[in-house]
Design a protein around this ligand. Structure first.
Ligand code: DUC
Ligand code: ZN
Ligand code: ZN
Length: 491
């Protein structure tokens, strides 16, 4: 019998903190050897000479086979979504299990688990809460957190999903008590609703006006408010899809005063702008997502904040709706105004290539930062580290062998998702995954798909230090215990 199942030979191994020339030995799905030269026998040897060998990508924000709250049918299944992720170098996804208003969450989460059994790569869930009733928050959520669903998600906007500030505090309280991270879609709901009514009511329904109904101002305000609420409860939070200087600035200021607020952005905000929404409705719908694409200046600002560390990870926010389907983007009809077009863009497969191309190939970030952004930081933030997010002894053999020189034109034809378009049609990128391994299994090999539905495993997440609260509330009163802290006074 061979000493190793797989040896990856001659590559340049890049982690978030270092780069080294090394061979990698894999046995039973884990990395068991790392050395300048490995000599043992292996059932399979992969030549990585001239290529980078990186931790498999972690996409910690993607919507897969999730019913939409706003209308439209998610175009992906767990099999197709995770297959396309694997072909794009991603080996772990964290998707969503969404509460239905007025209902409990336990059975709903069980249903999502059932669907996810078709996953080709490993996965976990954030639980979306839109109705934090006592029963849900006091019984169901604590049990679900305990069983490894250690992140909750809330929306500050969207008519069917938004929660108000008091409900947010209720969710924060449970998260604080039971050690879960809360992720937030931060935009001011009432301002968006008001502007939408005014725009659409006055005949401005073109997709161009999607960006006008939710300018950076509404994102800035919501970021500032959610940070304030998190400070009130001393609860670390993750702000999803930061798109603009205004929002990043609020986050940066909070981080500078010691608040544990984390932030992500997405490739669409690096390469699309509000101008892409302008024109024919069908064309605009292809890039219609929320928050809206911004300006070139905002793209530059996002990179600055990546380099400063304000923004720690890049996720896809994959939210796939077909263009040519009655239940897709145009579920409300071909002439629907922007407010009734399904929000979201597909992006599981293009997340790492676009980030590499825009980031490393264009000289904005180095390779280690790319690894941190696309893998390691998400592993740390969501309690998957050190099993995921690094190449080291004992880690899962989730690996992507990267061809940094490859020039690739992105087209719908070459992607492996089940959505009927890509917003990046015709874009040329530099760098593409050559080989992807999920726990030692080759799932993508220079154009050949080796995915197997059902290979993916659920990743239950235990408590972890990265998201520990600071232990300090803004007043002597501890709202979790309901007590005034010892040594502190009321006056
Ligand atoms: N915005 C979201 O908040 N969710 C999914 C897609 C989108 O564009
Ligand atoms: Zn969102
Ligand atoms: Zn999302």
């Amino acid at each position: 019998m061979s000493e190793y199942d797989v040896i990856i030979k001659g590559g340049t191994v890049v982690n978030a903190a270092d780069t080294q020339q090394a061979d990698i030995g894999i046995k039973d799905g884990r990395i068991v050897a790392l050395a300048e030269k490995l000599s043992g026998s292996a059932a399979r040897t992969i030549d990585a000479a001239g290529r980078y060998v990186l931790p498999g990508g972690i996409d910690s924000h993607c919507h897969i086979q999730q019913p939409s709250s706003g209308g439209g049918q998610n175009a992906e299944t767990w099999e197709s979504g995770t297959r396309s992720a694997a072909c794009g170098g991603t080996t772990t996804v964290i998707a969503f299990a969404a509460q239905e208003k007025g209902k409990g969450v336990k059975h709903m989460v069980a249903d999502y688990h059932e669907k996810a059994k078709q996953a080709c790569i490993d996965y976990s869930f954030h639980i979306i809460l839109n109705d934090p009733s006592d029963e849900v928050m006091e019984t169901e959520i604590p049990e679900l957190i305990e069983s490894g669903h250690r992140s909750l998600k809330l929306f500050m906007t969207y008519p069917k999903n938004r929660v108000d500030d008091k409900q947010i505090l209720r969710i924060f309280e449970t998260a604080r008590r039971h050690q879960a991270l809360v992720c937030v879609h931060a935009e001011n709901h009432d301002a968006i609703m008001y502007m939408t009514e005014k725009l659409v009511g006055n005949g401005f329904g073109n997709t161009k006006y999607h960006a006008w109904c939710k300018p950076p101002l509404v994102e800035r305000e919501a970021c500032q408010r959610i940070i304030m609420l998190s400070e009130l409860m001393d609860l670390p939070i993750q702000i999803f899809h930061v798109t603009c200087e205004e929002a990043a600035e609020e986050i940066r200021r909070a981080q500078a005063r010691g608040v544990k607020v984390f932030a992500e952005t997405c490739p669409q905000y690096f390469v699309l702008t509000a101008d892409d929404l302008d024109g024919d409705q069908r064309q605009g719908a292809r890039v219609l997502c929320s928050p809206a694409p911004r300006s070139v200046a905002d793209q530059q600002a996002l990179w600055n904040h990546v380099r400063m560390g304000t923004i720690g990870n890049v996720t896809s926010d994959h939210a796939p709706y077909n263009i040519d389907a009655p239940d897709g983007k145009f579920w409300a009809g071909d002439n629907a105004p922007f407010s009734q077009i399904a929000n979201g863009v597909p992006g599981l497969e293009t997340r790492m290539p676009i980030t590499f191309s825009e980031g490393v190939a264009k000289g904005r970030i180095d390779l280690q930062t790319f690894v941190a952004l696309t893998s390691t930081n998400s592993a740390k933030l969501f309690g998957l580290y050190p099993k995921k997010g690094r190449i080291g002894i004992g880690a899962d053999a989730d690996i992507v062998i990267w061809d940094a020189e490859k020039k690739q034109t992105v087209t719908q034809d070459m992607l492996h998702h089940d959505t009927d378009y890509t917003p990046y049609e015709g874009m040329e990128v530099t760098g593409w995954p050559a080989v992807t391994l999920s726990r030692g299994k080759v799932v993508w090999n220079d154009g050949e798909v080796g995915c197997e539905a059902g290979w993916g495993q659920f990743l239950a997440r235990a408590p972890y230090d990265y998201i520990k609260p600071s232990g300090k509330f803004p007043t002597p009163f501890n709202p979790i215990t309901g007590k005034i802290e010892a040594g502190k006074t009321e006056g």
